[in-house]
Design a binder for this molecule. Structure first.
Ligand code: KG4
Ligand code: ZN
Length: 328
């Protein structure tokens, strides 16, 4: 079965073609990061315009790279939400037009579920599994007992991890998105600044990152006011250690409590080398899988795979609305 996936929820325009929920025949990703960098973050209006300009070309490239024609596609899967509404609607409109024109069924996919299914590319999902979801807008621990069965065990009560990375990046004047830059800098510094680890209730699985964000921002402002030097590499490392200590601790506790067969990670921050290393070094009695870096950030291959495993929902999904706050 050949599924064509479409992703446009934020700042990547992507179309992919995947066979049987696994084999990637093409995965074209057109990133707008260089455009949004100038503004220090994603500008929704500009994102919508860029998607509009690029989506047709990205469709064509994906078909060409897979050496397929529209008649070869069995199902279209498109990101329905969560995301920026204007951006979502461009992908949904294009996917619907393509599906209707070629009489192909179409299904709406949850973007976060898509991130989770990126793990099916290089590994096989084994249930029950625990997924640590860490992206620009989400931080969640999700239990899956079967395909398409998501139980959110805990989530952030305030800022998402990726958002926190990007805000810290802004106060230390690194390019947007700050996440990957801080990750690299962290490996050149030491954890000398001892920022707080916010566990909330240690038995629970909710997260909070706004306190850590404020601690880092206040620290930088105080040092600046006193004209004192900050070692940015030590700051990056100290911040990253605080974040990853909490993420790894809660993941381990949840994995033990629910006795899962597998731990996976999902979302843009899953590309974080510090997090990947700490998970593997700390948790040695569970199978841990992670997508390779290129499948951690937004792409349509993960959407196609998620659509493949969501086919039983197909009959309800002919009309697809953009849903900016769609839950798992
Ligand atoms: O999943 P994603 O591509 O988009 C959303 O669905 O939100 O995630 C983007 C987020 C950004 O906040 C970015 O800074 C973060 O993922 N990110 C990282 C790394 N690579 C991307 N954060 C920390 N370390 C990284 N290596
Ligand atoms: Zn994403």
């Amino acid at each position: 079965m050949i599924v064509l996936g479409v992703e446009s929820s934020c700042d990547e325009t992507s179309v992919a073609i995947v066979k049987d929920g696994k084999e990637i025949l093409s995965n074209v990703v057109s990133s707008q990061i260089d455009i949004h960098k100038e503004y220090g973050g994603v500008v929704p209006e500009i994102a919508s315009r860029c998607h509009t300009e690029r989506i047709t070309l990205v469709f064509e490239e994906a078909l060409k790279a897979a050496n397929l024609e529209p008649k070869d596609i069995d199902l279209v899967a498109v990101t329905q939400g969560p995301g920026l509404i204007g951006a979502l609607l461009i992908g949904i409109g294009a996917a619907q037009a393509f599906a209707y024109a070629h009489k192909i069924p179409i299904i709406g996919v949850n973007h976060i579920a898509g991130h989770i299914y990126a793990n099916n590319i290089e590994n096989d999902l084994k249930f029950p599994l625990l997924s640590l979801v860490v992206s620009g807008g989400h931080t969640e621990l999700v239990l899956m007992k079967a395909h398409n069965d998501f139980e959110v065990l805990g989530q952030t009560l305030d800022d998402a991890v990726g958002e926190t990375y990007d805000k810290v990046g802004r106060v230390i004047n690194v390019e947007y998105p700050g996440g990957p830059v801080i990750d690299k800098m962290a490996f050149l510094g030491e954890d000398t600044y001892n920022f707080p680890r916010v566990y909330l209730d240690k038995q629970g699985f909710d997260f909070s990152f706004s306190g850590l964000k404020s601690a880092v921002i206040n620290f930088v402002h105080n040092k600046n006011q006193r004209n004192e030097e900050i070692n940015k590499y030590d700051l990056a490392r100290s911040f990253q250690e605080s974040v990853t200590d909490v993420l790894v601790y809660k993941t381990y506790e949840a994995a033990k409590k629910y006795n899962v067969k597998q731990i996976i990670i999902a979302g843009g921050v899953a590309a974080n080398k510090g997090l990947r290393e700490k998970l593997l070094n700390t948790i040695t009695d569970f199978e841990i899988c992670m997508p390779s870096i290129k499948y951690c950030t937004d792409n349509a291959a993960m959407i196609a795979i998620c659509g493949y495993y969501a086919q039983d929902k197909l009959d309800k999904q002919f009309e697809i609305d953009g849903m900016p706050n769609l839950d798992l």
